[in-house]
Design a protein around this ligand. Sequence first.
Ligand code: PLP
Length: 407
Amino acid sequence: YSSWTGVELAPADPIIGLTQAFKDDPAATKVLLGVGAYRDGDGKPVVLPSVKKAEERVVASLQDHEYAAISGLADFCRLSVAFALGADSKPVVENRVACVQTLSGTGACRVGLAMLERLPAVGGGGKPIVYVPSPTWGNHPNIAKDAGLEVRRYRYLDDKTKTSLDFEGLMEDLEHTVEPGSAILLHACAHNPTGVDPSREQWARISRALAQKDVQVFFDCAYQGFASGDPENDAWAIRKFVEDGHNILLAQSYAKNFGLYGERVGALSAVCEDPQQAKALESQLKRIIRPMYSNPPVHGARVVATVLADPNLKARWADECKQMADRIQGMRLALKSSLEDLGSTKDWSHITAQIGMFAFTGLTQDQVLTLRQRFHIYCTLDGRISVAGLTSANVHYVAQAIHEITN
Ligand code: PLP
């Protein structure tokens, strides 16, 4: 007897599959612009010195390897909420934010969406709905479906330009299409995959429109500090919504901004009406976590908490994080100017206007495949390139290839 009879090979994850295809490519000159992980000017992964310092402190003071609480490390949660909302934010001061430590941003999304699936107010008896931007991070729909939600889309990227925000379409969908009782997922900054964020004025309008509706706002914040180089600036939309009275859910990841990808450090928070409600919500979040994985790993959370609790170390981290953001910005400029120097007459201004790890080039699927086959340059089929994969050694080669296929 085998339970596995008839089990079919699942399709490879499109992004992880891309890395494998890159590794298998024997070409001498090849470039990987797929995966969303930071690389330095030599194409190497980075351990931030501030994070290393904090890690040394954590190891030196290590007492035991006991379990964390179901909700994770209390200090980490407290510091994480203050990091996103601001230490002087009203709900923080009034002690009405529930927070649990999670398995990075993915885990925060999963626990948050599982919570929504269980709420009596969401869905009105039917399957609860979450609206995600079109397009969105490829894993969002998977996570939401696995958590038992129905996934619908709201307009985000302009279908005509492919590189800018369809703000009118977005507002129309949020104001008229979205069903009451559903959840709206928003990317707090550095929208993945497009790199296109609303302006502050547009955020304010979105906040106002959603305040008129009975909907649950869910912010996914995977790039705080990494987007603009300033963590306060990158938290602007979140803080604006909280100021406007939205009791948001918030998923945070410390993968990119602290370079702690594999440590799986994240948090899920919920702004509540009062401390009792926050307590009740936290107890329900714990009920979701306990049967899933009991409690989170401690090491990475200790490292992040050490950095956030020490003003000197935090300032050093902010500076190092800015250096990553600046290098990416420099590579955006280099790619754009290389294309112009090569004589491209196309408008590449979106490459520098977009923000975060990725540039949404506007390349078609055929062009992406040509890049792969003829030039051994690997990016996702939607035309998204990871700008972190560009270096001064390969940016000209990439520009030449893009120019050749778009010319
Ligand atoms: N949310 C968004 C929008 C992302 O881009 C990512 C990573 O690419 C994540 C969440 C979660 O990443 P992780 O689970 O590694 O924190």
